[in-house]
Design a protein around this ligand. Structure first.
Ligand SMILES: NC(=O)c1ccc[n+]([C@@H]2O[C@H](COP(=O)([O-])OP(=O)(O)OC[C@H]3O[C@@H](n4cnc5c(N)ncnc54)[C@H](OP(=O)(O)O)[C@@H]3O)[C@@H](O)[C@H]2O)c1
Length: 330
């Protein structure tokens, strides 16, 4: 497993981080359907055995369920092998199961205390603003996070889902350790402005949904997408619906022989593609059971060569053109 320094921070992360959104379960609008708790915990402990040295979670993932499961898994891991833990704040669950933003200093402190308790840790290694919502609240939240750092309750502070102008505003107050952006072969907006900004300002990048929530694993089919239950938010995600779904699955079929020619599979190819620029510190891989991380963690030992990257680029151009044509027709 390769490691990279998280920007200018004190943390050195494995290039594969473990994502725990899905294990939060299905009791809200962005749930993932039924989750077996034992499999979730075994997935976390096995990730550490595979060399993953950090876990990403958030209070909103199942109203605390994800953090509780991470806390239970941490207790099963010998102290000297314990991974770094990253969590977030700023999304409050409403009664109807939808989140709303709250970045007030009181809420940052309240959520931090609750996360420490659920995780069963004395400090959070990386504390992140989950969404810049409301935009007007990011400075006050950031100033509070700086204080939490000074108090030793969190080690490093970062953000998620911010644009460049928001990063610029926060950098004036305190250096940002990391940005957590959405980034995979089907969602590449991050490359336009955020990647060069993070590179120039030595901000670590921990990319989320690198397998497009499972579509880029080589195991997703049109039948599986059609069978997703109401409780699984992917049943309503445009990427999992026609006309996009067929275009995406068509690309995955074309990627299979490319991955095989290098002795790997599509899921490892998709993860390594996200990591091909060293500005990206780590890819956060969602995992619901041990077998999944067993397979995906192997991407942490592989670097794509430039020929393979060029071949993937050509396929992505065809994929993008197909999508544009479909969207122009609709
Ligand atoms: N900051 C944010 O706003 C934000 C947003 C999204 C995600 N994140 C973070 O990033 C993490 C990863 O993103 P993600 O969970 O959205 O998507 P992802 O990592 O692209 O996909 C994860 C899903 O793919 C499937 N999968 C995983 N390994 C597999 C394998 N080996 N074979 C087949 N299927 C496999 C699993 O779902 P099934 O088994 O059900 O198919 C899993 O839940 C999250 O858990 C979270 O920590 C953060």
């Amino acid at each position: 497993m390769q490691h990279r320094q998280l920007g200018n921070s004190s943390l050195k992360f494995s290039v594969i981080g473990l994502g725990t959104w899905a294990i939060g379960g299905s009791n809200w609008k962005y749930g993932w359907g039924h989750q077996d708790e034992r499999e979730a915990i075994d997935g976390i402990t096995h990730a550490v055995e595979c060399g993953v040295n950090w876990i990403d979670t958030a209070p909103i993932y199942g109203s605390g369920n994800s953090e509780i499961l991470v806390g239970r898994a941490l207790k099963e891991i010998p102290v000297e092998q314990r991974p770094f833990v990253a969590t977030k704040h700023g999304r409050i669950m409403q009664e109807d199961g939808t989140p709303r933003g709250d970045l007030t200093p009181e809420n940052v402190r309240r959520e931090c205390a609750l996360s420490l308790e659920r995780l069963g840790v004395e400090h959070i290694d990386l504390y992140q603003i989950h969404w810049p919502d409301p935009d007007s609240g990011i400075e006050a939240a950031w100033e509070t996070m700086v204080k939490l750092k000074e108090e030793g309750l969190v080690r490093e502070i970062g953000v998620s889902n911010c644009n460049v102008s928001q990063l610029e505003r926060l950098q004036k107050i305190h250096p940002i350790a990391s940005l957590q952006p959405h980034y995979n072969m089907f969602s590449r907006e991050f490359e336009e402005q955020l990647l060069p900004y993070c590179q120039a300002n030595k901000i670590g990048v921990v990319a989320y949904s690198p397998m497009c929530k499972g579509l880029l694993t080589g195991k997703f089919t049109a039948e599986r997408a059609a069978a997703l239950t109401e409780e699984d938010h992917r049943s309503r995600d445009a990427q999992f619906l026609e006309p996009r779904l067929s275009v995406h699955l068509d690309l995955v079929e074309k990627l299979k022989p490319l991955a095989a020619s290098a002795g790997h599979d599509v899921v490892q190819l998709a993860i390594c593609w996200v990591l091909r620029d060293a500005t990206v510190t780590s890819a956060i891989i969602g995992t619901r059971k041990p077998e999944q991380i067993q397979q995906t963690a192997q991407a942490g030992d592989w670097n794509l060569d430039s020929t393979l990257v060029e071949e993937i680029d050509s396929l992505l151009k065809v994929h993008d053109t197909q999508l544009e044509e479909l969207e122009a027709k609709s």
